[in-house]
Design a protein around this ligand. Sequence first.
Ligand SMILES: C[S@@+](CC[C@H](N)C(=O)[O-])C[C@H]1O[C@@H](n2cnc3c(N)ncnc32)[C@H](O)[C@@H]1O
Length: 289
Amino acid sequence: MNAIATDFETQFALSAPATMVGKFREKLAEIAGIEIGPEKESLVRHRLNKRINQTNAGDIDSYLDLVMHDPDWEEELMVAIDMMTTNTTYFFREEAHFDFMAGTIVPDLTESASDRQFQVNVWSAASSEGAEAYTAAMVLSELKLLHPGMEYSIIGTDISPSMVATANAAIYRQAQIDKIPEYLRQRYLLVGKGEDTKDRVRFVKSIRSRVKFGQMNLKDDHYPVPPDVDIAFLRNVLIYFGPEDQANVISRVASKIKIGGYLFVGHAESMIVNHPRLVQIAPSIFRKM
Ligand SMILES: C[S@@+](CC[C@H](N)C(=O)[O-])C[C@H]1O[C@@H](n2cnc3c(N)ncnc32)[C@H](O)[C@@H]1O
C-alpha cells in the first residue's frame, strides 16, 4: 500500500462519524455545557437505561437517534439531558459559606444601612433539589431575629425541571435532613402525619414564601435574574463545564451581582474563577469590586 492510501485511511478513521453515544455527549456539551468524556460512556448508557424502557425506544442507539433527530422527540431530549445531570446536594453543605453569611455579610450590611433597614437577595444558581437555598433561608430567618430590619428573598435556578419541581414542593425525606441542627428542624420543618407521609418533612410557609425556584440553563446568553444579587451560590457545577463555558458562566453570573456582593463557589472550584471584578477574599469566596 502506498503512502497516500495509508494517509487516506488515517484521515478517514479520524473523521469517521462518532458513535450515537458520542454524538449525544457532544449535544449535551452544546446544550447544557456538561462535558462527559468518552471514558464515561457507560455512565451515559446506565443513566438512560430507564428512559429507553419507558419510551419503548428499543435500544440506546434508536433512542438517541430519535431524541437528537426527530422533532416529535424534542421534549424527550430535555429529559435525556436531565438524566445526565449530577444532582448531589445536602443541607449545610460547605458550611463555611453560611458562617460567612451570618458572621460577616449580614453584620456588614446592618452597619452600612443608615436606618438598619436592608434587603438581602440570594441566588442559588445551580440549586438542584433546593438544599442550598433552604439552608440560606433558615440561616437568614435566624438572623432576622437579631436584625429585624432585614428582609430577604432567595431564588434558585437549575437546568433540571425535575429538580426545580422537587425544590418548589419543599418536601424532603427524614434521611435527607440529618445535617440540619435539631433546633432548626423544630422551628422550620413540619413532619408528615399520615401513614404515607410520616417519613417526610416540609418547610413551613414562612420559609417557603421567601424561596422560589425556576428552570434556567447557565449556558444561555441571558439570565432572567435581576442584577441586584447580594450573594450568589455557584457551587459544584462549574466542574462539569469546559474552560470556555466556565469563563462565560462566571462572567454572566458576576453581571448579576451587586458591587460589593459575593460569589460562593465549591471548595474545588476557586481555581476556575478568573474574572477582573471578582476578588478572592477567602477560600471559595469572592467579592465583586
Ligand atoms: C452537584 S449539583 C450542585 C447543587 C448545589 N449547588 C450544591 O453545591 O449542593 C449540580 C447541579 O447543577 C445543575 N446543572 C448542570 N448543568 C447546568 C446548566 N447548564 N444550567 C443550570 N444548572 C445546571 C444540575 O442539574 C445539578 O442540579
